[in-house]
Design a protein around this ligand. Structure first.
Ligand code: GLN
Length: 207
């Protein structure tokens, strides 16, 4: 891949494409002003300015990331400061700690937080809600699908959004730490690209 089309104004952002809703993120990133490409190999990871980790199933994604020999390269790039955005299962992958993990499940880490998998429980395991998101002028339609929530955050983590209604009101569902962004919900399925645009802006200012 040539880096020639990458520019600060239009950064190249990879979408981790081992499992999950890759296509929706590619489309949302394109709408938000990035050059969006899939990442399945270490060489493809090296060529991107930033990475999106999509929703899907974090236990499967964890296994596949290791099978594709991406685990160490991903950990290293994140530790070295590459901007990354994880939605749902991607949020779990970016968490330093998980509650309700499978016994051998590992994360890539990066954000100083504990994320609880499948936190909303069976009865409300999928739902939608309009929530306020720090930095956005109007509410975001948040789609939760067997979503995690953030149970605890370290000092360097900024809370961007919380559930506002129902039994889970107050639970943290969007965070940022430096150039790392994570949401429990799936903005890529809502047709609203403002969360992706926020991430593209993080990538631009990071360069
Ligand atoms: N429950 C899934 C997991 O633990 C996440 C669901 C999703 O990404 N929509 O990975």
């Amino acid at each position: 891949m040539s880096g020639a089309t990458t520019s600060p104004a239009r950064p190249t952002i990879g979408v981790l494409a081992v499992q999950g809703d890759v296509r929706e993120h590619l489309a949302a990133l394109g709408e938000a002003g990035a050059r969006a490409v899939t990442v399945r190999r270490p060489s493809e990871l090296e060529a991107v300015d930033a990475l999106v980790i999509p929703g899907g199933e974090s236990t499967t994604m964890d296994k596949l990331v290791r099978a594709f020999e991406l685990y160490e390269p991903l950990r290293k790039r994140i530790a070295d400061g590459m901007p990354a955005y994880g939605s749902c299962a991607g949020m779990i992958m970016l968490a330093d700690r998980i509650a309700d993990a499978r016994p051998d499940q590992q994360t890539l880490g990066g954000i100083d937080m504990t994320v609880r998998r499948n936190a909303f429980g069976r009865q409300v395991d999928s739902f939608e809600e309009d929530i306020h998101f720090t930095g956005l002028a109007s509410t975001v339609r948040a789609v939760f699908i067997r979503a995690p929530w953030v149970e605890e955050t370290g000092d360097g983590v900024e809370v961007l959004a919380r559930v506002e209604e129902g039994p889970a009101a107050g639970r943290i569902v969007a965070v940022r730490q430096g150039a790392l962004l994570a949401t429990s919900f799936h903005p890529e399925v809502s047709g609203d690209h403002r969360v992706h645009a926020e991430f593209v802006e993080i990538v631009r200012t990071h360069q």
